[in-house]
Design a protein around this ligand. Structure first.
Ligand code: NCD
Length: 324
């Protein structure tokens, strides 16, 4: 596999990602994962390039992960926060993007509460002939491609540490549990996991999981009860209840949710013996997942997701930085 086969300037969605692109990302991330385990963690790959993170919505791990990834590739980094910017003086989104373009930005990492904003910025930059790559770091309830790619990398790595590859997921059962309705992580994961041959089982109360999710892609099953979704599952991905996006009372109470859908040790008894747990974070301990289970390294890939996230984002910035 050769990184020169990469032609995508922007990464906005996984809905049209090809098997070759998944292979390139996984292989490139594997080599960066090796780089960041060395004593000297920095490579000169993006020296002289400028990576700008524009986050219009709160973030801990995604923003830090992209900034660290850019720094480890020796890029210069700029970071935009709406609260302290000229947006408060009435500047438009596109003018903000153009300002960062004039400052020499080569790659823009954009998170926004509205679906479609990263794509709109990418289209405007293309119209200007800027040659700048835009990476969607989470747009509303739409998609979060780099999260799903790091989840994919963690899953494959747990199956073969030395050679994490797409084929390992064929026929594996992945249960995604929680607030599917509001989750861009779930939507991106549906694309990547099904494209790699996994069977995706979505489970939540009906208020958080409309039936039509089963029609998004082949090999997606919808459940409104936890047990059949977890039965013989190889992986369980818990999602946060996104209360900030819930306009009305979609749940009786958090305690009731934990009682019926919370991931506990007892609930894992029906899963595959080697089941592994994921969570994109931020976690509500004791709601989506038992606190001690989240920290139990026999089961939990949650810390690995964060570490692997840096390698996967290095891979994406490196690949996108190479397209003209
Ligand atoms: C997710 C997000 O922001 O979409 N978190 C993340 O990026 N790691 C999920 C969430 O907010 O629950």
């Amino acid at each position: 596999m050769n990184a020169t086969a990469w032609t995508r300037r922007h990464v906005l969605t996984l809905s049209d990602f090809t098997p070759t692109e998944y292979d390139i990302v996984l292989q490139t991330a594997a080599s960066f994962r090796e780089v960041i385990s060395r004593r000297t963690k920095k490579v000169p790959t993006l020296q002289g390039q400028v990576v700008t993170t524009m986050f219009f919505e709160p973030s801990t791990r995604t923003r830090s992960s992209f900034e660290l990834a850019a720094k480890r590739l020796s890029a210069d980094t700029l970071s935009f926060s709406p609260g302290t910017s000229s947006l408060t003086k009435g500047e438009t989104l596109f003018d903000t993007a153009k300002t960062y373009l004039a400052l020499g930005t080569n790659l823009m990492v954009v998170r926004h509460q509205q679906a479609g904003v990263p794509r709109a910025i990418a289209a405007e930059l293309d119209r200007l002939g800027a040659g700048v790559g835009v990476l969607n770091a989470g747009d509303g309830q739409h998609e979060h491609p780099s999260q799903a790619l790091l989840d994919l990398f963690s899953l494959c790595r747990s199956l073969d540490l030395r050679n994490p590859r797409r084929e390992l997921l064929a026929g594996k059962k992945v249960a995604i549990v929680g607030d599917i309705l509001h989750s861009r992580v779930a939507r991106s994961n549906i694309w990547s996991l099904t494209a790699c041959g996994a069977e995706v089982h979505l489970v939540a109360p009906p208020t958080l999981l409309p039936r039509w999710f089963a029609e998004i892609a082949p090999n997606v099953t919808v459940h409104w009860q936890l047990e059949p979704a977890l039965e013989r599952a190889n992986f369980v991905m818990a999602l946060r209840l996104q209360q900030e996006r819930m306009g009305q009372h979609l749940l009786p109470s958090l305690r009731e949710y934990h009682r019926t859908f919370g991931i506990t040790r007892e609930r894992l008894s029906g899963c595959d013996r080697d089941v592994k747990i994921l969570h994109p974070g931020p976690m509500n301990r004791g709601v989506e997942i038992d606190s001690d289970l989240a920290d139990d390294l026999q089961f939990s890939l949650i810390q690995d997701q964060v570490t692997s996230g840096v390698a996967v984002r290095m891979a994406l910035l490196y690949l996108m930085g190479g397209t003209k």
